[in-house]
Ligand binder design. Structure first.
Ligand SMILES: [Zn+2]
Ligand SMILES: [Zn+2]
Length: 399
């Protein structure tokens, strides 16, 4: 997940034409038929989330009201809580979610009430350079408007304060108004918890490999970090019939857990040199190394651990401002490729569809990732478990 960029109101550099104010059936200020719901709000970095009642405006042009079914607890939310990712505050966090359409605003044609949907935290405007060239995950209009709606305004309020919704979602809430472009309808047999996880960690992890050309059967893949994303990179490698999948982490229990998703070898980076171990197992270096964690150390190791002509995929988001030194001679002489990879590397909705099919065919394990579930009121306990490095994914489940 990328940090969002603030922009001045009314400016739409992505090329999407703003909807003229006169066309909107609802005034932008509350009260205008909005409602009260419970949400987990981050007021200040370093503080716990506050679960409280907030006010929500009805959906505007092209927007829908979703009743949230489930939401995943992801490290990207935790970065915002710790102040290592920059998002506007106060904000309702949560970008890995799924729910059911309850109400649609004017001009909505893609979904209808009752549709169960995976929610994308990178909805595409359809008009910017990236959307037009098949890279909706990089939508410029979405990046410019970030945690506001596409018209650059907000739908949530607490007292006199406006609240942002993380990446136009903010799924740590009973309901959310989101752009219709965020919604991907799914069959009834996909459980909400599964749909929520496809919304971030499964797409980011499995997508990084299945959407990358050149990952052939028999490839060797090293994966740094065995959190929600890392486990999905590992099962993506299994799905593509990688011959050796080397999981690297600093927690033995996480490495044991990684075996369940297809790791063939495990390396505890605290006890041994991960680069040396990967070179030993692969006979000189991996075809692909994926940094699912995102740090100077792990990205540096991923680049060193690939073979001549190999590729390092950087998937995990490091703390804002973090940099990595690269051995330039190694990079050039060994013709290595180092690539950033965001949200599966292609339009997320493309990956969602494939993952739903894989899930229904029993080819990706999503339930197995879910180790704990919480009601919204206990959300801070979920983040404490994440900070302790517990296995798998914690999920909020809404009744
Ligand atoms: Zn995430
Ligand atoms: Zn766009």
């Amino acid at each position: 997940m990328a940090a969002t960029t603030a922009m001045s109101p009314g400016k739409h550099p992505g090329g999407r034409t703003p909807v003229p104010e006169v066309d909107r059936p609802y005034p932008s200020a509350f009260p205008c038929g909005g409602q009260i719901l419970k949400a987990a709000v981050l007021y200040k970095a370093g503080e716990p989330l506050r679960v409280e009642e907030v006010r929500m405006d009805p959906p505007k042009n092209g927007e829908v009201l979703i009743r949230i079914g489930a939401a995943g607890i992801c490290a990207s939310d935790h970065h915002v809580m710790q102040g290592t990712a920059s998002f506007p505050l106060p904000i309702v966090l949560g970008h890995e979610g799924a729910g059911t359409v309850e109400q649609v605003g004017p001009g909505v044609s893609r979904v209808k009430p009752g549709d169960r949907c995976i929610l994308s935290f990178a909805p595409s405007c359809g008009w910017c350079h990236y959307c037009r060239t098949g890279m909706g995950q990089l939508c410029a209009t979405h990046r410019a408007t970030g945690s506001r709606m596409f018209d650059n305004t907000v739908r949530l309020h607490a007292g006199k304060e406006d609240l942002f919704q993380m990446q136009k979602l903010g799924v740590f809430a009973e309901q959310a108004v989101v752009p219709q472009e965020a919604c991907f309808p799914i069959p009834a047999k996909v459980p909400m918890e599964v749909a929520a996880l496809i919304g971030c960690c499964v797409t980011t992890g499995v997508g990084a490999l299945i959407n990358r050309h050149g990952v052939e059967a028999g490839a060797t893949v090293a994966v740094f970090g065995c959190g929600g994303v890392g486990l999905n990179v590992i099962q993506g490698a299994r799905l593509l019939s990688a011959a050796k999948v080397i999981a690297v982490d600093i927690h033995d229990h996480k490495l044991e857990f990684a075996y369940r998703f297809g790791a063939t070898h495990i390396v505890n980076g605290k006890r041994e040199d991960a680069v040396e171990a990967i070179r030993r197992v692969t006979g000189g270096g991996a075809d692909f190394a994926v940094d699912s964690f995102g740090s100077q150390v792990t990205t540096g190791q991923a680049i060193k651990a690939i073979k001549t002509g190999g590729t390092a995929l950087i998937v995990g988001l490091a703390a804002a401002g973090e940099t990595v030194p690269v051995d330039m001679v190694d990079l050039v002489r060994n013709q290595k490729t180092v690539v950033g990879n965001y949200y599966g590397g292609v339009s997320p909705q493309e990956t969602f569809g494939k993952l739903v099919d894989f899930y229904l065919a029993g080819k990706v394990d999503v339930e197995g990732l879910i180790t704990r579930s919480y009601p919204l009121e206990k959300i801070n306990e979920g983040f404490e478990a994440l900070a302790r490095g517990e296995d798998g994914r914690g999920v909020l489940v809404f009744k």
